[in-house]
Design a protein around this ligand. Structure first.
Ligand SMILES: Cc1cc2nc3c(=O)[nH]c(=O)nc-3n(C[C@H](O)[C@H](O)[C@H](O)COP(=O)(O)OP(=O)(O)OC[C@H]3O[C@@H](n4cnc5c(N)ncnc54)[C@H](O)[C@@H]3O)c2cc1C
Length: 427
């Protein structure tokens, strides 16, 4: 499920677009709150080894699920992540965010989410769950390690990282498409007195100044933030209405029945690349914002959020709409989505839209390279917590098949195997 407005698909980093600053106070300052070039604090993760059979890049839900399955299969692997702590992408999301999926669908393989299955965890609880997951299975995660270039070397790959070079036979790029905030280039032309922020840098209404707010992008992030900001500010929300789920996810029927039908049946079993309907719907689903999940139009109407057409430019320092209107606002919040940010992958595997060419995560032009976590990698559920485990298992099997000599079960493999045995006994 694309929780944001659609992702931007051009491989080249959108240098012409200017992600608004994290604080929002300085217009045009390029800052990227999602993948920092982390300054190293001494004593955190040890430096990664110079070689591994398998390198997993990204230790969010996708990378950890891949790590779990690689460990089960007894492979020698290493996980690296640019962030200081596992779970940081969740920690950095806005303060009031709760997951839209109930806890029963917020677990990775082998470890239930520690909350009542029908409750909706906070984003910090999700971050802590991921961190706990990595340590529960003793996954070999090296944080504060950013891969700056990935290229072919000999029969495998070489990753140049912020903490040395890693040579690996096989590589799994494990991450969602939400790596680089994207906003249109004309964001830089807004009057400097207007506070502008990207949803990736938004934490709470305290970052805004008094006065009206224009939210650009009417997908789930835009709608959720409009509902929060609309309590204290006049709000315009600009963009196409993506529709909405016809039931309340937090209601009894929604929690018990419809969420299950939508998440587990429709998103996981029906909308997949091996079914006709999934293949037909995929381009539309990938290219557009998905329906509103939690916030309904009537919630926004009650808060007097005014829907307006797309924002197409800037006139005299103020945002201009498709219908020619110019809005006099004090704040602009860009809920315009993300760019996958794959410019560090120095391999000829991208199509003319800049998307990696892959078949359910396998890259035909680069044997030994895999993706996990991308939007609709294999199914609509691929980028969601409840769906990523299935993709991770399938990719780990492929990695193992290309690596006949597996190590004996030590370290994480032993731990995962022990946990599986305990779970099997309990069943
Ligand atoms: C606002 C929001 C709310 C969401 N809510 C839900 C929800 O309720 N339920 C649900 O199922 N899904 C939800 N999702 C979708 C999805 O679960 C999350 O986006 C999730 O964070 C994706 O996890 P990931 O591991 O695939 O990618 P990420 O969480 O983006 O993690 C990728 C990791 O890779 C690292 N990385 C990136 N590039 C490099 C590099 N070059 N070198 C080293 N490391 C790198 C990053 O540091 C990061 O830690 C939501 C998404 C958003 C944006």
């Amino acid at each position: 499920m694309d929780y944001t407005t659609h992702t931007q698909s051009t491989r080249r980093e959108p240098t012409s677009s200017v992600p608004p600053s994290e604080t929002g106070r300085a217009n045009g300052a390029v800052s990227d709150p999602t993948v920092p070039d982390a300054p190293r604090a001494p004593g955190l993760s040890p430096k990664p080894p110079p070689s591994a059979d398998v390198l997993v890049i990204g230790a969010g839900q996708a990378g950890l699920a891949v790590g779990y399955h690689l460990a089960r299969l007894g492979l020698r692997f290493v996980l690296v992540d640019a962030n200081e702590r596992v779970g940081d992408p969740w920690r950095r999301r806005w303060d009031s965010l709760r997951l839209f999926t109930p806890a029963r669908y917020d677990a990775l393989p082998g470890l239930p989410f520690p909350a009542h299955p029908d409750t909706f965890p906070t984003k910090d609880a999700m971050a802590d769950y991921l961190e706990g997951y990595a340590s529960r299975f003793e996954l070999p995660v090296h944080t504060g390690v950013r891969v700056q270039r990935l290229a072919h070397r000999d029969r495998g790959y070489v990753a140049e990282t912020s903490r040395g070079t890693i040579q690996a036979d096989q590589v799994v790029v494990a991450m969602a498409n939400y790596q680089r905030p994207w906003a249109p280039a004309f964001a830089a032309d807004l009057d400097r007195r207007i506070v502008q922020l990207h949803s990736a840098g938004y934490r709470s209404p305290r970052q805004l100044q008094d006065g009206p707010v224009l939210i650009v992008g009417a997908g789930n992030s835009g709608a959720e933030l409009a509902a929060e900001i609309g309590r204290d500010h006049p709000v315009w929300m600009s963009g196409r209405h993506p529709g909405e789920l016809p039931f309340k996810v937090t209601g009894l029927v929604g929690r018990l029945l419809l969420t299950r039908l939508v998440l587990r049946v429709l998103f996981h079993r029906v909308l997949t690349t091996d079914r006709w309907l999934g293949r037909k719907m995929r381009p539309k689903i990938v290219g557009q914002a998905g329906p509103l999940i939690r916030i309904k139009s009537k919630d926004l109407t009650r808060l007097e959020v005014r829907r307006v057409p797309r924002t197409t430019g800037v006139r005299d320092g103020r945002p201009q709409l498709e219908d020619g209107r110019v809005l006099d606002v004090a704040n602009v919040l860009w809920c315009t989505g993300f760019h996958p940010g794959f410019s560090w992958i120095d391999l000829p595997i991208f199509d003319h839209h800049g998307e990696p060419r892959h078949a359910s995560g396998l890259v035909p032009e680069a044997p030994g390279l895999y993706f996990v976590g991308l939007h609709f990698l294999h199914a609509m559920s691929s980028s969601m917590i409840h769906g990523v485990g299935r993709d991770a298992a399938r990719i780990a099997e492929r990695v193992a098949a290309a690596h006949p000599a597996r190590s004996s079960k030590t370290g994480p493999a032993r731990d995962v195997a022990r946990h599986d045995a305990q779970t099997a006994t309990r069943r």
